[in-house]
Ligand binder design. Structure first.
Ligand code: HEC
Length: 117
């Protein structure tokens, strides 16, 4: 009688089997990932978003212009012109809008220093 309605005890083993555990692990992993990417504002980290079109290190294999080894001033001028919508573009005007001045500068730094070959 006494034991019949006793609530199930939360032993450590019960907690480990609860869905909270994998969910918590996922949240922790996501937070670790987010804090790494938030810190990684180096040109190299930011440049990952460009390589799918402009090629690895900015060396394009296709019709999209290569941007590796182009002077920093030129790159920065082009990127700011895209951002302010004052340059004709199919896609770059939309992409450039996502970046701050210092991020565009880091990108221009990175690609101007990247070897052309
Ligand atoms: C979806 C494909 C795509 C992505 C991603 C992309 N670009 Fe572009 N980029 C283009 C295209 C296409 C052009 C030619 C202009 C246009 O039509 O928008 C261009 C042009 C440029 C130019 C001018 C080059 C020239 O010689 O005229 C620069 C500089 C540039 N992109 C930098 C970047 C940077 C930096 C990133 C990453 C933040 C980036 N692009 C991401 C497609 C892309």
């Amino acid at each position: 009688m006494a034991g019949r309605n006793r609530p199930q005890r939360r032993t450590p083993w019960n907690w480990a089997r609860s869905p909270v555990v994998p969910f918590g692990a996922f949240i922790l992993a996501a937070m670790a990932w987010a804090s790494v990417s938030a810190r990684d504002l180096s040109g190299e980290g930011l440049a990952d978003a460009c390589t799918s079109c402009h090629g690895l290190g900015g060396r394009s294999q296709g019709y999209i212009p290569s941007i590796a080894g182009v002077g920093k001033t030129t790159l920065l001028r082009q990127l700011k012109a895209f951002r302010s919508q004052s340059a004709q573009a199919t896609i770059m005007n939309r992409i450039a809008r996502a970046y701050t001045d210092s991020e565009l500068e880091a990108l221009a730094d990175y690609f101007s220093a990247a070897p052309r070959q």
